[in-house]
Design a protein around this ligand. Sequence first.
Ligand code: SF4
Length: 77
Amino acid sequence: MSIITEEQVKKLREAGIEVPNVNSTCIWCSACVAIAPEVFELDDNGLSVVIAADSYNKEDVDNAISACPVDAISWEK
Ligand code: SF4
């Protein structure tokens, strides 16, 4: 699995597909990875990143957003 690129985010958003984002406040607790392993993974620095995909399960991402202790996850605006 690979990390989504800015270009891929742009293409999905142009197609009307919502994409999650993780900001730099992530404290690498891995809760989001446990909840939605098809959406998030930890990178080499231990920070959560979004995996490239054609679409993202809204319920899984919303659950990860609720579980994140530092509100690092959001839907891309
Ligand atoms: S739940 Fe939040 S703090 Fe924990 S790894 Fe995911 S983004 Fe980082």
